[in-house]
Design a protein around this ligand. Structure first.
Ligand code: FES
Length: 86
């Protein structure tokens, strides 16, 4: 049975342990090499486990970025209120 550490990105515990054994020593290093924490939940379920494996302080910040997904232009345009010129 596969033991997924990050369910959003299908990253296994073994893959994260391998990256740490290769010398990656911060959450951001592990994230860059595996995509752990970059899924839909943005690390809500997996980053604490990575921190535990690294024995890293919980207050060290991870670089956060908003999730990227495609959006239709008409959907985006609908969010802009009409101006007086329209
Ligand atoms: S479980 Fe890792 S990003 Fe969601």
């Amino acid at each position: 049975m596969t033991n997924y550490l990050c369910r959003c990105e299908d990253i296994t515990l073994e893959r994260v342990e391998q990256v740490i054994a290769e010398g990656k020593s911060t959450v951001n290093d592990v994230k860059r090499h595996t995509r752990v924490g970059m899924g839909r939940c943005q690390g809500a379920y997996c980053i604490s486990e990575v921190r535990r494996l690294l024995e890293e302080d919980e207050h060290d910040p991870m670089t956060m970025r908003p999730p990227v997904r495609q959006i239709r232009l008409d959907t985006l345009a609908a969010t802009v209120p009409p101006s007086d010129d329209d």
